[in-house]
Design a protein around this ligand. Structure first.
Ligand code: NAG
Ligand code: NAG
Ligand code: NAG
Ligand code: NAG
Ligand code: NAG
Ligand code: NAG
Ligand code: NAG
Length: 423
């Protein structure tokens, strides 16, 4: 219901001193106050920030009056201080009167912002002293921005509902537009201010914002994170290719997961480390073995494939073993065997006699018939090592000759001589 000044004074008069003043008013004006009025289509308008709003309005007054002034004003406190919005610098550029001088008092306000949140009223005055009217209770304007309401995270496969919230329900029918990473989601245009993502995939993660069709204003973006267990867990070795003792080797475990996974490193069944990178400075053959990594977050865990580290190294612990004692009798032979530890195994062997430049043989064993100090050298593509020397002594027997001579005289003159030679 609208109450004009005439009405107010009338009501006050009625309370103070009924009913004469009412009679007086009616007599003076010659009309019923029911004919005075301002109708607003909406008593409350909720508009989007930076949009234009139409305040639809019509007014009536008794016939026989002439309109003097028509204007819109805000937050009236005292009638004497009413200010015409079209003359207010804060509004004059954005204010447009669409009405007329008979009954239509519609206006348009452009680029409304939160600063424009007030009560607005239409007032008109006539050529009659008490024929002035302000249309109470006016129109309240609320200006809203848009906020995406969304859970911060959703787990892959679940569904999630995003809401384009405004602080008040928009008066104009709004078609909502959703954006992911600033790209409009063309398939989602809806009068409903909600966006339902069913069976979320990780590609649905992103920064979501919303807007209303026909308006440039777009809400601030809100990050939606999609969490999922580790999917692709891969293990890479740097440098790739052959690994030689002493190299620095880095194992890297890559996995796709959200939130980021905790990585555990295994050598065989033993846990040997954690973290995405497992570095071995100066690798040794002890590090040879089967490695894998495990990627784990709160949604699940997954192992990488197993990779084998095969650390190459040159021969070491090269030694010569000798059958028997190293003493042989002249004419016999002794076999020397060269053994070593290397990777790749089965290196090449060379045999040397001390104080002799050239090798005296090759192969893992050497047959020796002479005295001397012998050593072997084992070599593979990564290096070589020589053994300690072993001594071979060839004993020459003392050519001991035992003559056993028995001389016997048997009947007659025959003599038998038996000779026994022992070497
Ligand atoms: C004036 O406004 C009221 C309320 O919005 C509406 O019912 C009425 O039809 C309007 N009158 C005219 C003449 O447009
Ligand atoms: C309203 O829109 C104006 C102009 O686009 C902008 O500068 C301002 O930040 C917006 N206000 C809010 C609360 O979003
Ligand atoms: C107001 O204007 C109307 C129309 O011009 C006229 O008939 C009427 O006499 C005026 N009333 C007063 C009080 O001046
Ligand atoms: C008032 O004027 C506006 C703008 O010209 C128009 O859109 C609206 O329909 C009019 N309202 C009435 C009740 O005549
Ligand atoms: C009505 O408005 C006119 C201006 O149009 C003003 O001169 C007059 O004093 C007002 N009357 C009352 C009773 O306020
Ligand atoms: C946003 O909208 C939802 C659904 O209408 C409501 O539950 C929530 O309270 C709103 N939040 C704010 C900040 O307005
Ligand atoms: C969501 O993801 C972003 C970027 O990936 C990240 O910075 C942020 O911490 C995540 N938030 C939550 C709650 O997981």
């Amino acid at each position: 219901m609208s109450v004009g000044e005439t009405g107010v004074s009338m009501l006050i008069s009625v309370r103070m001193d009924p009913p004469l003043p009412l009679m007086f008013l009616i007599l003076i004006n010659g009309v019923s106050s029911a004919e005075w009025g301002v109708n607003y289509r909406h008593s409350h308008i909720c508009a989007l920030n930076d949009s234009s709003v139409i305040l639809s309005c019509n007014y009536t007054y008794p016939t026989g009056y002439q309109i003097r002034e028509l204007f819109w004003t805000k937050n009236p406190v005292k009638v004497e201080k009413l200010r015409d919005l079209s003359e207010d610098p804060e509004y004059s550029q954005r204010f447009q009167y669409l009405g007329d001088e008979q009954q239509n008092c519609t206006i348009k306000l452009s680029h409304v912002t939160q600063k424009d949140e007030h009560m607005y009223f239409f007032r008109f005055t006539t050529n009659v002293t008490y024929g002035n009217w302000t249309g109470y209770p006016g129109v309240s304007l609320t200006v809203t921005d848009l906020q995406v309401e969304s859970p911060e995270t959703v787990t892959e496969g679940n569904s999630v509902r995003l809401t384009c919230n405004s602080s008040c329900a928009l008066t104009d029918r709004a078609t909502f537009i959703w954006y992911r990473n600033s790209q409009p989601l063309t398939e989602r245009r809806d009068r409903n201010n909600q966006l339902l993502l069913q069976s979320v995939r990780r590609e649905d993660a992103g920064r979501y914002s919303c807007g209303v069709q026909g308006h440039t204003y777009i809400s601030p973006a809100v990050q939606l994170n999609v969490t999922y267990p580790p999917k692709i867990v891969s293990l890479s070795i740097s440098p790739s290719g052959e690994i030689v003792e002493g190299d620095s080797v880095t194992l890297i475990c890559s996995s796709d997961s959200n939130p980021p996974a905790e990585i555990t490193w295994f050598k065989g069944l033993m846990i040997v480390g954690s973290g995405r990178i497992y570095s071995i400075l100066k690798i040794s053959s002890d590090h040879s073995g089967e490695y894998k990594c495990k990627s784990r977050n709160k949604h699940g865990e997954k192992y990488s494939e197993t990779v084998t580290l095969n650390v190459m190294y040159p021969p070491r612990n090269v030694s010569v073993s000798i059958t028997e004692s190293g003493q042989i009798w002249n004419g016999d032979s002794v076999t020397l065997i060269c053994s070593s530890d290397s990777n790749p195994p089965a290196p090449n062997f060379s045999w040397f006699k001390e104080n002799q430049m050239s090798s005296v043989g090759s192969g893992q064993s050497l047959s020796v018939i002479q005295s001397g100090r012998f050593y072997c050298e084992a070599h593979n593509q990564h290096g070589s090592q020589r053994s300690d020397a072993v001594t071979v002594t060839v004993k020459v027997a003392g050519r001991l000759v035992i003559l056993y001579i028995s001389i016997g005289v048997v009947s007659g003159a025959s003599v038998i001589i038996t000779v026994l030679l022992i070497w």
